[in-house]
Design a protein around this ligand. Structure first.
Ligand code: COS
Length: 389
């Protein structure tokens, strides 16, 4: 009979194996190309296929649907490894795994799970998530895309914004206000729909010309008389906003893992550079100003990772359960911005040049403080949870 400690040992061995596989793949197949993908704003189709072959499109999908069925912590550690190499690739994977697959697993009917999860796990279907609109960002419940009933069908009209994987996804989970004039404003009345991207009337915009995360594509999505069958409704009508926020709780852990990966990469580059770079006839690592800066960087990266891992286990001490993902995302993303800023400073003039990787990491870090909820929204979520706790 297996004891609890046998099970734990097995889980830890499996975790170490999967994380090592991710690190190895990222080092060999992503790191050498990341600068080029950034320069050319190229979504790396072939590399995504190889990631799918490793099972990384089905990390949280149970084995019965052909997924790897990883636990949340292992999944986040894999994302960190991918983000060390390229944070753009990491976010494409995070949206697919945490948000899209997570929402179908949590709210999908048996039919919807069978229809979508297997092809998603195999990598035949890449998925996206679409909540924001040009005029609806932090105030997500103000969205105005409509889903109206027409017989047994739904007809969607509206404009969505900032959709990661928007032009390359096969399936998009879209939030729209259902019903017509009787729909109340705000969170109530929003529903979630499973929208195949090639449905007539779906038009992704051209990829946005972004500051960072340029290997991932972000687009608008124009919806014009898009007809969907009744089977496209995910979960219950009118509860889509709560599903989206629950999805974002998982998604925000993914962004925290991405931010830890960016920070770790910046720290690694800085540590190597200070041994090579000499000023005043001395490797700059000998200077205490540099040592203290690196010490603070390393400490913050370790703290961000620890908080993330505690949040993934749902066990941040003395923290309300519904604020843990926000805490991890807030701290990890602000750490990423802080650590990359200091990495650029250590590199001096070279750090400001596109030839050096810390410049890209600095640009990549910024959006982690913005998307899947700005730092201000995370503070609001944490503050409200404290008030209720
Ligand atoms: N999980 C599940 N349900 C949740 C939830 C969560 N984490 N947080 C809130 N809900 C539910 C609430 O219980 C409420 O349901 P009831 O009306 O049935 O009680 C409903 O969702 C609305 O919640 P709330 O009243 O808190 O909504 P607000 O309009 O005040 O918005 C914020 C809450 C601001 C936190 C939300 O709009 C938000 O997270 N905004 C940022 C959006 C974002 O991250 N966008 C990025 C998208 S990816 S680029």
């Amino acid at each position: 009979m297996n004891t609890a400690s046998d099970v734990l040992t097995h889980l830890e061995e499996q975790r170490a194996e999967v994380v090592a596989m991710a690190r190895d793949f990222a080092t060999r197949e992503i790191v050498p190309h990341a600068a080029e993908w950034d320069r050319e704003a190229r979504f790396p189709v072939e590399t995504m296929k190889r990631l799918a072959d490793l099972g990384f499109f089905g990390m949280l999908i149970p084995e019965e649907y052909d997924g790897l069925g990883l636990d949340l912590l292992t999944y986040l550690m894999v994302l960190e490894e991918i983000a060390v190499a390229d944070a753009g690739v990491a976010v494409s994977l995070s949206i697919h795994n945490s948000l899209a697959a997570g929402m179908i697993l949590a709210q999908g009917s048996d039919e919807q799970r069978s229809r979508w999860l297997k092809p998603m796990a195999r990598g035949d279907v890449l998925a996206a998530f679409s909540l924001s609109e040009p005029d609806s960002g932090s105030d997500a419940a103000s969205l105005s895309t409509r889903a109206e009933r027409s017989g047994t069908q739904w007809v969607l009209n509206g404009m969505k914004a900032w959709v990661t994987n928007g032009d390359v996804a096969d399936l998009i989970i879209v939030m729209a206000r259902s019903g017509v004039s009787d729909t109340p404003p705000g969170a109530r009345g929003i529903s979630a729909f499973l929208l195949p991207r090639r449905t007539p009337g779906v038009t992704p915009g051209k990829p946005e010309d972004k500051m960072g995360l340029r290997a991932s594509h972000t687009t608008t999505l124009a919806l014009t008389d898009v007809r969907l069958g009744a089977e496209a409704l995910l979960g219950k009508e009118g509860v889509g906003f709560a599903y989206a926020l629950a999805g974002l709780d998982r998604g925000r852990l993914g962004i925290a893992a991405q931010a830890v990966g960016i920070s770790r990469a910046a720290l690694d580059h800085a540590v190597r550079y200070v041994s090579e770079r000499k000023q005043f006839d001395t490797p700059i690592r000998e200077f205490q100003a540099i040592q203290f800066r690196l010490a603070d960087m390393a400490t913050r990266v370790a703290a961000a990772r620890s908080l993330l891992h505690e949040a993934a286990r749902g066990g941040v001490p003395n923290a309300p359960a519904n604020a843990q993902a926000s805490m991890a995302k807030l701290f990890a993303s602000e750490t990423a911005m802080w650590v990359t800023t200091h990495a650029v400073q250590i590199f001096g003039g070279y750090g400001y040049m596109r030839d050096y990787p810390v410049e890209r990491l600095f640009r990549d870090a910024k959006v982690t403080e913005i998307y899947e909820g700005t730092s201000e929204i995370q503070r609001m979520v944490i503050g409200r949870a404290l008030g209720n706790g």
